[in-house]
Design a protein around this ligand. Structure first.
Ligand SMILES: [Zn+2]
Ligand SMILES: [Zn+2]
Ligand SMILES: [Zn+2]
Length: 219
């Protein structure tokens, strides 16, 4: 019998009852073979080989593109270092799974079918605390669990990156602000047309995200 950790994964190799020369293989609590032919040392070598292959192929989310149909499941990764998307597939925190099931082929470029997780999503699934269902088909039942610091940091970094990209790409908007407070608004309405109003239905008016319009004074 072997109980060890390799690259963050908890690994167990157990004798297969009634089957000499065979072992049970368990990774992060999941039995992946009930009767694997070989001894403890061979089993451990096999685990190391697979885990190295996963890491050398980009790790969670990426390996699924290079080795289709393989290693999308969370038990292949160090617990708490990955996100789990709505398909039950492992990704880097704040990232997407590149398997053929999770990718939308689009003329503008392929992209993930599932959005990266919000910072506060559960440690073991894609759900938030509010309305978290303990039973979802592909995972062990579990209550909402706070994400790890690694997950939170990865998700936040992805959000920051996205914002930065957004700002770089964005052309300046008009940003004119309505001079008065409007009922039902927390702040003052802000115009979202381009600075020169060339995208405006009626360039003589400013227009905010809720459809509020006000006259644009001659510039
Ligand atoms: Zn996937
Ligand atoms: Zn959960
Ligand atoms: Zn405007």
């Amino acid at each position: 019998m072997i109980r060890t950790t390799y690259r963050g994964r908890n690994i167990k190799v157990l004798a297969a009852r009634g089957k000499p020369g065979h072992v049970n293989l368990v990774i992060n609590g999941r039995t992946i073979h009930h009767a694997w032919q070989g001894d403890d040392a061979q089993a451990l070598d096999w685990f190391r080989l697979i885990i190295d292959k996963i890491e050398n192929s980009g790790g969670a989310g990426m390996v699924a593109m290079l080795i289709p149909g393989q290693y999308t499941e969370p038990h292949w990764y160090e617990p708490g270092t990955i996100d789990i998307n709505p398909a039950g597939h492992a990704t880097r925190p704040g990232s997407t799974c590149m398997c053929s099931q999770c990718v939308i082929d689009d003329p503008c470029g392929s992209k993930g079918r599932h959005a990266p997780l919000p910072v506060d999503a559960c440690r073991y699934c894609h759900q938030l605390r509010d309305g978290h269902q303990h039973d979802i088909h592909f995972l062990n039942p579990h209550p909402y669990t706070e994400p790890t610091a690694t997950q939170q940091a990865g998700r936040q970094a992805a959000i920051d990156d996205y914002r930065r990209l957004d700002e770089d790409d964005d052309e300046a908007t008009c940003d004119a602000i309505y001079p008065d407070q409007v009922r039902g608004y927390l702040g003052r309405p802000r115009c979202l047309y381009f600075a020169d109003h060339r995208d405006a239905h009626d360039p003589d008016f400013h227009y905010d995200h809720r459809g509020f319009r006000w006259l644009r004074k001659a510039v």
